[in-house]
Ligand binder design. Structure first.
Ligand SMILES: *Cc1c(COP(=O)(O)O)cnc(C)c1O
Length: 383
């Protein structure tokens, strides 16, 4: 295959050329430990602080409120476990949703084994939480509410500002997994009233293994990795300067191009959705038609298997995803699609196409033609 059409940007994104270039000096020349006290080490310390300051500004946060991690999963684990452990005297009840990423859900399962009690909120058929159910779920002993900003499978945007208002009125901490939203849409921690926020570099064209947790000043949270004094003694380990610099460069470019990308991707996404719904029979859009990430399209094609469709698409040079990439390899139906009311068979018939700004109208026309043929031939095969 001479050219691939990469439509799996919710799973990971291609690092920008400028990102790789910004990282190289910190892998080659400035390799020193940032904690050392000679020139090439101090250069590391300086660039880490600049990166922290830049990332903080993109969120309306203070630099001391940004803690670098090795990705979104780590940030989510830390937010959940760190707040649970530091506030266990206040209570052991946590509220989250049924559609969170496994980094949040499995951290909750872990905490359940430690004796915490978790409430998993329902979502409607478009994937949005019910604010009244949230309000009713908050108890005297609730210490944390964690609701994702945007869902990685169906792209639905959650009403996190409204949710956080309800939660903060009851003096409970609020965390949002914003991994799918940070770098794609504007986010402001004060407007949203969030206490903690997770993000991941490789979801906005930065390097894999980079990420951060925003923690509002004064929030009670335990350190995540014990060791040296890095990250204010909260997350020990010699800093991954190259990853941090790469993520900050990716953030810079993401925010500079955000308006353009949002417009272009929304336009293309709507074009793709319209054509698929109009031209392929027995297909349904999953997720919300309007409260939706600009880059996300997710469909069910009745009577086929998403996995078989992926193979046909791959043969035509199209990279896509059935359900969530994180669950690929096991045949469990997607918990997100189940939560919006799809039975296992319908959930298995799903396909996620996630765009970036490089996708052209011509690419989309090709994808639609391949989809039409592939869906038809799979349906004919299954009789
Ligand atoms: C990708 C993703 C994560 C995990 O981030 P990693 O950096 O891959 O660990 C967490 N939450 C959501 C919503 C994601 O899409």
């Amino acid at each position: 295959m001479d050219q691939i059409i990469y439509m799996d940007n919710a799973a990971t994104t291609k690092p920008r050329k400028e990102v790789v270039e910004a990282m190289m000096p910190y892998l080659e020349e400035y390799y020193a430990n940032p904690s050392s006290i000679y020139g090439i080490a101090m250069e590391n310390q300086k660039v880490i602080q600049e990166s922290r300051k830049f990332i903080a500004e993109t969120l309306g946060a203070e630099p001391e409120e940004i803690y670098f991690t090795a990705g979104g999963s780590e940030a989510d684990n830390w937010a959940l476990k760190g707040v649970a452990h530091a506030n266990r005297e206040k209570g052991r009840h946590i509220i989250t949703t049924k559609i969170e990423h496994h980094a949040v859900l499995n951290s909750c399962r872990y905490l359940e084994e430690e004796g915490y009690e978790i409430t998993y909120l329902n979502v409607d058929e478009k994937g949005r939480i019910f604010l009244n159910e949230l309000e009713e779920a908050i108890r005297e002993d609730t210490i944390l509410v964690s609701i994702m900003a945007a869902n990685n499978e169906i792209g639905t945007l959650e009403p996190i500002r409204e949710a956080a208002s309800i939660v903060k009125a009851k003096e409970v901490l609020f965390h949002t997994d914003a991994v799918q939203m940070y770098g794609q849409m504007p986010l402001d921690v004060n407007y949203l009233k969030t206490d903690l926020l997770s993000a991941s570099g490789h979801k906005f064209r930065g390097p894999r293994g980079s990420g951060f947790l925003y923690v509002r000043k004064g929030t009670k949270i335990s350190p995540f990795i014990n060791g040296g004094g890095q990250e204010h003694g909260m997350r020990a380990g010699t800093e991954n300067t190259a990853a941090i610099v790469g993520m900050a460069k990716a953030a810079e470019l993401a925010f500079r191009t955000m308006n353009y990308r949002m417009r272009k991707e929304t336009y293309h996404r709507n074009y793709l959705i319209r054509r698929i719904l109009n031209e392929i029979p027995w297909v349904k859009l999953n997720g919300h038609p309007y409260y939706r990430l600009p880059s996300n399209a997710n469909f069910c094609f009745e009577g086929i298997e998403g996995e078989s469709l992926l193979i046909l698409l791959d043969m035509k040079g199209i990279c896509a995803s059935a359900g969530s990439a994180c669950t690929t390899g096991n045949t469990e139906p997607s918990h997100v699609l189940n939560a919006i009311g799809l039975d296992d068979k319908t959930a298995d018939a799903s396909l996620r196409l996630t765009l970036n700004e490089d996708i052209t109208r011509k690419d989309l026309d090709y994808v639609v033609e391949v989809l039409k043929e592939s869906v038809q031939s799979l349906r004919e095969m299954s009789g």
